[in-house]
Design a protein around this ligand. Structure first.
Ligand code: C2E
Ligand code: MG
Ligand code: MG
Length: 689
């Protein structure tokens, strides 16, 4: 007896198989991204049910598509049994797909099991017709149908497992394509199985009266489609909600991180550091332990930021934060308070020397230098140390005292560390007073200039003078530049003060000239911050012209360490000065890290040997003399004049003259003089000539 196929139902079975496969793939993808075990179980059960119903109804629709010329019906219990098998097989399949690792062995075993399950479902479905006599099966086609089921299952499992990886791209298109392949394979298995069935002539269907086939077909198609679509929609919706929930919780995490960590360096920020110090205080009170706060900032960071830009500045801060993290021990805290201020907290201190060692270790690490982008930068830090309990018993006092100690370290020559001492508080108060005084100084007319004469080495003639600023404040008295220039540097006021110095020096020079006095060169000091003013030379030129002074009469002094900080820029700056007619001197030579190559390229007019070396002529014997003589020889070979600063004794003067030093400056020869006194000196000279 031969049956015929209802085309529409065959097509419907393919659609259902494809949709069921798509649902399976979608759910397996969903399962792979779930971490909570409860939701995972719900989706596993729900997914297995809808996928099982899908596969089963594909088979069942396939069975219904086959029409025999006799009335057909299906045994409800056996049909339900075949559905049960389909759901079980699907459950198993989803487990395999979403398992973390799918080895070849596991894939083969699972394919055989799943294929056997699908075949069992199919032939149980056939059995639901209760044919009399029973259906006979062509052994080869029967075997082929099982083989197809196994191979199709294997392919389906492998594809689904691969696609459940969350890092896939174009996942929807890949899933749709794979679902079609899987659908065709499953349908193929079914129709091969059907072809294997032989209905003997005169067969009757024992279940013919149970359920009407057409009604059943329509119901199942609609029901299955509904289930599959609902499952898909739910899965998508759930995925979206999970995605949303995920981004909300990620955002939450980010907000918490931003509030507690510094975004640039990823270090704890001020707030977090305060909390940790507070906790450390409580711990230390409880178990009588001690801890240290190391407060530090980078020397000259403002200059780096102004000259090389904020991007480089940021890189320097990051490099510094890495350096600190490399230096500290496991339990220590490194935090960035803001700007270039960093704090390290060392807990469970055995002795104050532990803090000292750490400070030394940090400074040593910094000496190796930071390479930031293409700029090799010699950046150093100053460190202040406060200890608990002796230097403070609250977060505020510990941080403040460590800060005060750091400021002392800066005043003590930078690139060093200081422990807090009670007397430093007085220094901090003084700093505040000076800051206040500086605010009023320019408008209040509290600055004035002194002129320290310079003399020729051989003849002793007056060669010129160096302008030295003083601050005379009605309340705090007269201050030397060493006291207020670093503070003005930090606040940026030095730029305006610097222009004032140029104007004032020119004013005096013009006056001396008007009084008919001898004209000499005047040297003016430049500070690092001024060097980073974009139109420094142009602005100075305007002032000099306004005051009616020749630029050839002015020499600018740039400290060696500042000149070397960014040597290529210094060269540019020096050229700009020279093009406008000014001369340049390298001041305090011997205190920076000079590169001879750069020294040559600066092409400065003068080299001023630092007072330290002049002093060494008396104090350090032969060695001290050898150094000065070498510096003089070097300067002469580079075509520069040498000025010795700080000449205080006759023996220094004699030695310098022997060494052919070009000019001398120092208390022995003349103290810094007021403009009037220096004017008189000029006049005296003129008269005596
Ligand atoms: P400097 O440029 O090296 O100036 C020389 C300093 O040495 C002056 O100190 C001077 O008074 C001092 N001095 C001169 N002869 C002797 C001596 O024989 N023995 C000793 N012990 N000291 C001597 P002063 O005036 O206190 O200035 C200190 C520094 O402040 C200067 O060092 C300079 O770097 C800076 N400075 C001074 N005036 C200005 C200014 O107008 N602008 C800027 N930016 N810096 C200035
Ligand atoms: Mg100077
Ligand atoms: Mg000097």
């Amino acid at each position: 007896m031969h049956g015929t196929y209802n085309f529409w139902l065959v097509a419907a079975s393919l659609v259902v198989a494809t949709l069921a496969s798509y649902t399976a793939l979608d759910i397996s993808g969903r399962l792979a991204s779930l971490t909570q075990s409860r939701t995972r179980h719900v989706w596993l059960a729900g997914g297995a049910a809808s996928m099982g119903i899908g596969i089963w109804s594909m088979h069942f629709i396939g069975v219904l598509a086959f029409e025999l010329p006799i009335p057909l019906g299906y045994d409800l219990k056996i049909t339900a049994g075949s559905l049960g098998i389909a759901v079980l097989v699907s459950f198993f399949a989803l487990l395999v797909i979403t398992s973390r690792r799918l080895t070849a062995k596991r894939l083969v075993a699972s394919s055989v099991l799943m294929g056997a399950g699908i075949a069992a479902m199919h032939y149980t479905g056939d059995a639901a017709m209760r044919m009399l006599p029973a259906i006979e099966y062509d052994p080869r086609l029967f075997a082929a149908s099982i083989a197809i089921a196994v191979v199709a299952s294997g392919a389906a499992l492998w594809i689904a497992h691969t696609l459940s990886d969350a890092n896939q791209t174009n996942v929807l298109a890949k899933r749709a394509g794979s679902a079609l392949v899987m659908g065709i394979a499953i349908t193929g298995m079914h129709y091969t199985g059907n072809a294997a069935a032989e209905f003997l002539p005169g067969s009757i269907c024992g279940a013919a009266n149970d359920v009407d086939a057409h009604w059943l077909a329509t119901t199942i198609v609609l029901f299955t489609l509904a289930i599959l679509i609902i499952t898909l929609v739910l899965s998508r919706f759930d995925a979206r909600t999970a995605l949303l929930a995920g981004s909300v919780s990620r955002l939450n995490g980010q907000i918490v991180r931003m509030a507690t960590f510094d975004t640039l360096t990823d270090l704890p920020n001020r707030r977090t550091m305060n909390e940790r110090i507070d906790r450390a205080i409580r711990n230390a009170r409880r178990d009588g332990s001690r801890f240290a706060i190391l407060f530090m900032d980078l020397d000259g960071f403002k200059t780096i930021n102004d000259s090389l830009g904020h991007t480089v500045g940021d890189e320097v801060l990051k490099a510094f934060s890495r350096c600190l993290q490399d230096c500290v021990r496991g339990g220590d805290t490194v935090a960035r308070l803001g700007g270039d201020e960093f704090v390290v907290m060392l807990e469970n201190l055995h002795a104050p020397t532990d803090a000292e060692k750490m400070a030394e270790r940090i400074l040593d690490a910094m000496k190796k230098g930071l390479v930031v982008g293409n700029h090799p930068l010699q950046v150093m830090a100053s460190i202040g140390i406060a200890l608990y309990p002796q230097d403070g018993d609250s977060v505020e006092s510990l941080l403040k005292h460590a800060d005060v100690a750091m400021y002392e370290a800066k005043r003590g020559g930078r690139s060093t560390y200081r422990f807090f001492e009670a007397s430093m508080n007085e220094a901090a108060v003084r700093t505040l007073q000076i800051q206040q005084a500086l605010h009023e100084a320019l408008n209040g007319g509290h600055f004035y200039l002194l002129f320290q004469p310079k003399f020729r080495g051989t003849s002793g003639e007056l060669a010129g003078a160096e302008a030295l600023i003083r601050l005379d404040h009605p309340e705090i008295g007269t201050l030397t530049p060493l006291e207020f220039i670093p503070i003005a540097e930090r606040s940026g006021q030095i730029v305006q003060i610097g222009y004032w110095v140029v104007r004032e020096a020119c004013r005096h020079m013009a006056q001396w000239r008007a009084e008919g006095r001898e004209q000499v060169k005047v040297a003016i000091n430049l500070s690092p911050r001024q060097m980073h003013e974009a139109d420094l030379v142009a602005n100075i030129m305007t002032i000099v012209r306004d005051e009616g002074v020749q630029s050839e009469q002015i020499m600018f002094e740039i400290t060696e360490s500042v000149a070397m900080q960014d040597a290529p820029r210094t060269i540019e700056m020096i050229r700009a000065f020279q093009e406008s007619g000014f001369e340049i001197a390298i001041d305090d030579f011997g205190t920076g890290y000079s590169s001879l190559a750069y020294l040559q390229r600066f092409r400065a007019k003068q080299l001023k040997i630092d007072r330290f070396f002049t002093n060494g002529l008396d104090e350090n014997g032969q060695e001290g003399r050898a150094i000065v003589s070498a510096i003089i020889a070097l300067a002469h070979s580079l075509d520069m004049d040498v000025v010795a600063e700080g000449v205080e004794t006759g023996s220094q003067l004699d030695r310098l003259q022997d060494m052919m030093c070009d000019e001398m400056q120092g208390f022995l020869l003349a103290m810094p003089l007021s403009a009037n006194e220096f004017g008189t000196m000029l006049q005296t000279r003129e008269v005596s000539v």
